[in-house]
Design a protein around this ligand. Structure first.
Ligand code: FES
Ligand code: FES
Length: 156
């Protein structure tokens, strides 16, 4: 077992975990942050996406012990409260950018990172930013609409 200390959604956290435990499982099982979803467990679907030291990371491709000292943001850290959603979360809600919601945490994190880097993306750039994220439900059209809508709202 190893002791791992990290900052998650602004809070210092310390866990004791086996060396082989995936970061997504540490977040879900040890920290009860079940908004990080686990689909493929081999880096293909994007459901487990988090921010780690600012970068988008697939938490199924890292061991928890590799997060020692890291600053992590999960979907739970995107909103300041139920009434204070991140603009990308609000846009997904308003534009029906989800159905079952399984892909949604990864999509929201990827959309928010895109708009940080590129506040006025083209539809092609939005699709490019989401290209590593699989959605089985929506056909992606409403997800692209939601991110375009969020960009407009954030520019106001
Ligand atoms: S569960 Fe990590 S990319 Fe699919
Ligand atoms: S909303 Fe169901 S997988 Fe995307």
């Amino acid at each position: 077992m190893h002791t791992v200390s990290m900052t998650v959604n602004g809070r210092p956290e310390t866990v004791r975990v086996p060396a082989r435990k995936l970061l997504c499982d540490v977040l879900r099982q040890d920290l009860a942050l079940t908004g990080t979803h686990v689909g493929c467990e081999h880096g293909a679907c994007g459901a487990c996406t988090i921010r780690l030291d600012g970068r988008l990371v697939r938490s199924c491709l890292m061991f928890g012990v590799q997060a020692e000292g890291a600053e992590i943001t999960t979907i739970e850290g995107m909103a300041d409260g139920e009434d204070d959603l991140h603009p990308v979360q609000r846009a997904f809600w308003e534009k029906h950018g989800l159905q079952c919601g399984f892909c949604t945490p990864g999509m929201v994190l990827a959309g928010a990172k895109l708009l940080e880097d590129n506040p006025d993306p083209t539809d092609e750039e939005i699709r490019g930013a989401l290209s590593g994220h699989v959605c089985r439900c929506t056909g992606y059209v409403f997800i692209v609409d939601a991110i375009r809508h969020a960009a407009r709202e954030m520019a106001r």
